[in-house]
Every structure is written in C-alpha cells, then in structure tokens.
Design a binder for this molecule. Structure first.
Ligand code: NAP
Ligand code: MG
Length: 454
C-alpha cells in the first residue's frame, strides 16, 4: 500500500504517514456507502436531524483539537483554524434543520393531485482541496447527509488529517457506519474514480479550474451531477468617495489571509485614480504591519504556504524584474514562507495580474470612472467574489449589479456566510453551495400525479 508523508509547512518536518487508497479500496468503500444509503435514506427525519445535531455537538467538543491539527498539517493561523472547525459545527447545525423541512409542493392540476418529492441522490463524492480542508468538506457533507445521501469524501493528499478526524467524530456521534466515509488518496486515483464509478451519483469538486473542467468532461459520460467551485481573481474596487483608510486597512487581510491560498482572495485591487496615491500610502503601512509569523501564535495573521511546490509556483509569478511596489515581512529559517507582495503592473495583460496565483501576491491598478471600474473588474475569465467600497448608495448598487461574480460585499471583504449561497460565475464554477437552497443540489425533484377520477 502506498503512503504519503505529511509535512508541517511551518517547520518542514514530517508529521506522520497516511495510507493512500487504490482503486479497489475506493470501489469497496463506495459499495459500502451504497449499502448504507438503503438504511440512511429511511432513517426518519427527526432521527436524522438529531444525529446531525449530535455530530455538530461532538465537533464543538473537539474544536481545539481540530484547529491544532490544521495548524500542524496546513500552517493555518490558529485563529483561522478555530473559525474553520467552528464553521463545520455551524454548517452541521444549520442543515440539521433540513431533514424535517425537506418540503415538496402540491401543484394544482386537473383530474387529480400532483405532488413533488425531494429524493436523495444516493452516494455523493466530495473532492476537497488543501486550502480550506475543514469548511469545504463540511459545505459538501453537511447538506448531502441532511438530504439523505451517503458520502465518500476525498481530502487533498497534502491535508487529510482533519478530514480523517471528522470521519471518526461522525462515528462517535452515532452516524451509522458507511454513511460518511473519508478516503485519503490521490486525485488521479480516488478522485478520478468518483467520476468513473457509476455508483457515485454526484461529484462536488472544489479546486483548480483545470481539474474542474476534467471532472465536468468525465461526468458527461454518465450525465453525472456536478457542483464545481473553482478558481478566482477577484476585484477589490475602491471608489474615491469611499472610506479610503478603512478600505486600505482591510485590503491586506482580503488577499493575504491564508497566505493568499483562498479562491475568494481579492488579488486585484482597482483604485479610482484621484485617490490612488492616498490609498497606496495607507495600504503600504497596513501591509508592513501584517503579522507573518508562526501560525500557532494567537497574534499571527498569516502563516507559510502549504508546500515547497506551491512556494515555487508563487515565486514564478514574481521574477526579479517584477514591478514590486512594496512587500511585507516573513520569518527567517525553515518553512514555506513568502512575504506579502504588492505589484503595480503596467496594464491588464500582465500574467501575475490575470492568473490565479494562490499566494500572497496582489496587483493594484488605477481606474478612471465607474464604467472603467466595471469593465476592468469583468475582464477576467473568473467571477467568484469581490468587494466594492463606496459611500454612494446608488453607485454601490449599480456596481454590485454589474460585476459578474457570485459573491460580492459592499464596504466589507467578507465572502462566506453559511446562511447565504456561495459559488461562481464564468470559469469560477457551476452551482451554489450553502444557504437555504443547497439541498436542491443534493436531491432530485420527483413529480407524482395521483388520478382521483372515479
Ligand atoms: P487541484 O489539482 O485542482 O486539487 C484539488 C483536489 O482535486 C485535490 O483533492 C486533488 O487531489 C483532486 N484532484 C486532482 N486531480 C484530480 C483528478 N484528475 N480527478 C479528480 N480529482 C483530482 O489543485 P492543486 O493542484 O492542489 O492546486 C493547483 C492550483 O489550483 C492552485 O495553485 C490554485 O491556483 C488552484 N486551487 C484553487 C482552489 C479553490 O478553492 N478554488 C483550491 C485549490 C487549488 P490531490 O490530493 O492529488 O491533490
Ligand atoms: Mg493538482
């Protein structure tokens, strides 16, 4: 059996070895999930709700343990990691209300009664990337289980530890064996098998746009359902009438949080030309103050990158002749560190400006007026997230309606709230997660007509 050695990205030392599943093992677990589906779907709604609430309570009892595990495995700041574990709890609690509220409709028709049912799909495959191992897993398995599906979940090879632990906690909560299965392994083996094995009825994929396209192509063979959450190159648009100090103070966190390894990172800052100098001077002091340090410290705002490979990829985007305006700091010694870096490209054709870097690198461009800001923001193949800073309410409404992205915030940089839908326009994805409608992507609508004529 092949194994993978987990490396702590802060110290570059080995943490432990994890066994990787092969195709036969993957198929066996998928089969187990299919068997478990036959009983899980019939668990009555109140009992299924209670089990999910119990799972949430057990996660809550283990927040600190899960958070420490994520610091060790992924180099996340401890503050973020606690939030991430808490998010799994919250998502489970939120969707624990669903089994008892999975309403269909009664639709007026002639000569009978017409009723719709929301039926579970069966086995759902969830493929998780390494950037937010806990929340992204939970956004899939929470609503999937609530709707009566069973789950096979593949964590990223680099970051399986919290997912493995969540699998154990589910059993501790009384979720029956086979309902929630975590399968550590390679994307090209386990992930690919979720696409090709016909027992898996749906694939939820979060990761790179390149692999997302492969999943979509592969799923076509069986008309398999897919939800895709892919890359981003989101714009942080700052108008002259905005609170410039506040926008500048928040801008480092909006892109350098999680070392920039965030699909919602505001990695393009667009600033109205008349306030460009003012913004840059406040932004520079905020970047220089941004605390890049040992992520286990409560004060840390940014830790290392996930791997030597990711560090090398990020470095490629900042060659020696780059237009670097200024940089933040990084610790000396071991760890995959990259200092927060602010680029001022000449124009929109610049590669670092256009491509998703997934590291702590941001490009700043000036714009002339509202129409110019909208044009520049939309000149991207991506459309996931973004921020609009303006004190003019009409302008904030106009621009938020015009920007082609699934998740925008006005005078704020928040992207994810589990109560509201999350997902991308264009090549940032397909479908929406979270919020009140997420159950729709984990159910089929079945329509039944009852003839009532004598
Ligand atoms: P990736 O290859 O798309 O990985 C995401 C997940 O998909 C991992 O679990 C991976 O497994 C799995 N996977 C890989 N190839 C697969 C295949 N052929 N079939 C099914 N599953 C497969 O992303 P990456 O290589 O880690 O990162 C590369 C770049 O993607 C990043 O630099 C970033 O730009 C982007 N990215 C975006 C997001 C996002 O949230 N939007 C997340 C991660 C990465 P393994 O365990 O083998 O990796
Ligand atoms: Mg990859």
């Amino acid at each position: 059996m092949s194994t993978y050695t987990i490396i702590n990205p802060t110290t570059e030392t080995a943490v432990r070895d994890v066994a990787l599943a092969d195709i036969a093992q993957t198929d066996a677990i998928i089969m187990k999930a299919a068997t478990a589906f036959e009983t899980w779907r019939k668990v009555n709604p109140g009992d299924r709700a209670r089990l999910l609430r119990k799972f949430a309570a057990i996660v809550d009892d283990h927040i600190e343990e899960l958070a420490q595990l994520e610091v060790l495995n992924s180099g996340h700041t401890i503050g973020n990691a606690r939030w991430e574990a808490g998010n799994v709890r919250d998502v489970l609690n939120y969707y624990s209300a669903a089994p008892e509220r999975l309403f269909g409709r009664q639709i007026p028709v002639p000569n009978g009664i017409d009723v719709t049912f929301k039926e579970p799909l069966g086995v759902v495959g969830i493929i998780v990337p390494w950037n937010f191992p806990m929340p992204i897993a939970g956004w899939g398995f929470g609503p999937a289980l609530a709707a009566g599906n069973t789950v096979v979940l593949k964590p990223a090879e680099l970051t399986p530890l919290t997912a493995i632990r969540l699998g154990e906690l589910a059993l501790l909560a009384g979720i029956p064996e086979g309902v929630f299965n975590v399968i550590p392994g390679k994307g090209s083996i386990v992930g690919e098998r979720f696409v090709t094995n016909p027992i898996v009825r749906k694939v939820v994929f979060t990761g790179s746009t390149t692999v997302g396209k492969q999943i979509m192509r592969g799923s076509a063979d069986q008309v398999k359902r897919v939800t895709l959450e892919l890359g981003g190159k989101s714009a942080n648009i700052i108008f002259a009438n905005a609170d410039i100090e506040k926008a500048a103070a928040g801008a480092p966190g909006a892109v350098f949080d999680n070392a920039g390894q965030d699909c919602c990172a505001r990695s393009r800052i667009l600033v109205e030309r008349s306030v460009y100098e003012k913004f840059m001077s406040h932004f520079e002091s905020a970047v220089k103050k941004f605390r890049v340090e040992d992520p286990s410290l409560d004060s840390a705002e940014m830790g290392p990158l996930i791997s030597a490979g990711q560090l090398a990829r990020v470095k490629e985007y900042v060659p020696d002749n780059s237009e670097v305006a200024f940089q933040g700091s990084k610790p000396e010694g071991p760890g995959y560190w990259f200092a927060p870096t602010v680029l001022t490209p000449k124009d929109e054709s610049d590669r670092a400006y256009r491509e998703e870097i997934f590291g702590p690198v941001v490009s700043v461009l000036p714009f002339e007026d509202e129409a110019d800001a909208i044009r520049i923001a939309n000149n991207s193949e991506y459309g996931l997230s973004g921020s609009i800073w303006s004190r003019d309410i009409g302008q904030a409404v106009r621009v938020s309606r015009a920007v082609e992205a699934g998740n925008l915030s006005v005078n704020s940089n928040s992207s994810v709230r589990y109560w509201t839908p999350f997902g991308g326009y264009k090549q940032s994805g397909l479908g929406r997660e979270l919020g009140p409608d997420a159950l729709d992507s984990f159910t089929e609508t079945k329509n039944v007509f009852f003839d009532t004529q004598a």
